[in-house]
Ligand binder design. Structure first.
Ligand code: AHM
Ligand code: MG
Length: 358
């Protein structure tokens, strides 16, 4: 009996860590010198630091409020500022990235020192997405997107970051949920790693993630129904009709945290919608560090990502913080909403919805 118990405590398989996995993947590219491997590991390291801070967030009221001074004499920062600083500092120190576009910074942060200027990559990042959910202990995330720089040398530029999503070299997210996971792609499928907090290591737990075919979830903020384009209204109505063959009516799930909504839909099978609305004529989500990385992951997981009319990854961004409507999930689900948008809301394609007076 005792023998069996001790057996149960030993892992059944050899654990594959994130570091091992990215190194193995790199060996598939004979000319790779390990820069992307180091960059992905730097992101993993920063995520662990942010994770530690998020886990302690509930204690802030006991240990000191935001803006107050902690025991080391440091001022407590808001978590989204903390996450932003952590990713920037880690990537600057890592030397593989020459510029960052972050949701928290109006302009591109170009690294101006000898090591970082030599970095071949640029990163677009939302360091803490869904941060309004923190105080209610709801899952939040980090979303990142990696491109090769376009400029030859020197500090990375604004233009280096304004590349269409098809140019992404890698993209992923970290979900700070009931467990913390890092999910990423380099264009060869999607793999998920769960953080073992006792040893601080991301372990491969979800190899080769694909949207299941038989999912029946939809995620949209239905509170804005009145502002939705007709195509989206018709789609929601379609999802709510009874038809056992297509597993309708669908079930509705909306967390209000893109990473958490997308992650659940990836595992269980479902579509996420953040359309253009009369209040937000270009949608809410940002192209560079929300729509594009999620779109890359969705396609790599066998799904689709669209703004209702075009493939997200092919849109040429014009500004750093540009927004786009986002419909993403299993192919068939996204194609259905595209069909209804084409039929019922063709005007949305070229003319964003105009907010009504009053
Ligand atoms: P944020 O970047 O300010 O956190 O906003 C992005 C978040 C997404 O995670 C989520 O999908 C969306 O906002 C929810 O918006 P809404 O509250 O309008 O439904
Ligand atoms: Mg965000």
């Amino acid at each position: 009996m005792q023998h069996q118990n001790s057996h149960a405590m030993v892992t059944r398989y050899k654990i594959k860590t994130l570091t091992e996995f990215v190194i193995e993947n790199q060996s598939e590219y004979p000319h790779a010198k390990g820069a992307l491997t180091r960059l992905l590991n730097d992101i993993g390291t920063a995520a662990k630091i942010v994770n530690r801070e998020i886990n302690a967030a509930g204690l802030v009221d006991i240990l000191g409020t935001v803006g107050s001074t902690n025991v080391q004499g440091e001022t407590q920062k808001k978590l989204d500022v903390y996450a932003n600083d952590t990713f920037i500092t880690t990537l600057r120190g890592g030397g593989e990235c020459c510029a960052i576009a972050s949701e928290e910074n109006e302009k591109v942060i170009s690294f101006q020192n000898n090591i970082a200027e030599l970095g071949k990559y640029v990163v677009a990042i939302d360091p803490l997405d869904g941060s309004s959910n923190i105080e209610s202990n709801v899952s939040i995330g980090t979303i990142f997107s990696i491109y090769r720089r376009q400029s030859e040398m020197g500090p990375g530029t604004h233009e280096d970051l304004l590349q269409p999503g098809v140019n992404q070299v890698a993209a992923g997210y970290v979900i700070y949920g009931s467990s913390t996971m890092l999910v990423y792609t380099t264009g060869k499928g999607v793999n998920g790693f769960t953080l073992d907090p006792s040893v601080g290591i991301f372990c491969l737990s979800h190899p080769n993630m694909k949207f299941p075919d038989n999912g029946n979830i939809y995620s949209v903020n239905e509170g804005y129904h009145v502002y939705f384009p007709e195509g989206v209204k018709r789609y929601i109505k379609y999802l709510q009709e009874e038809d056992p063959c297509t597993r309708r009516p669908y079930t509705s799930r909306y967390i209000g945290s893109l990473v958490a909504d997308f992650h659940r839909n990836l595992i269980r099978g479902g579509i996420f919608l953040y359309p253009a609305t009369r209040k937000a004529p270009n949608g809410k989500l940002r192209m560079l560090y929300e729509c594009n990385p999620i779109a890359f992951l969705a396609e790599q997981a066998g799904g689709k990502a669209s703004n209702g009319f075009e493939r997200i990854l092919e849109i040429q961004p014009k500004t750093l913080h540009q927004r786009a409507p986002l419909f993403t999930g299993p192919k068939k689900m996204v194609e259905k909403v595209e069909e209804l948008m084409r039929i019922h809301s063709p005007e949305v394609k070229d003319t964003p919805l105009v907010e009504e007076e009053g």
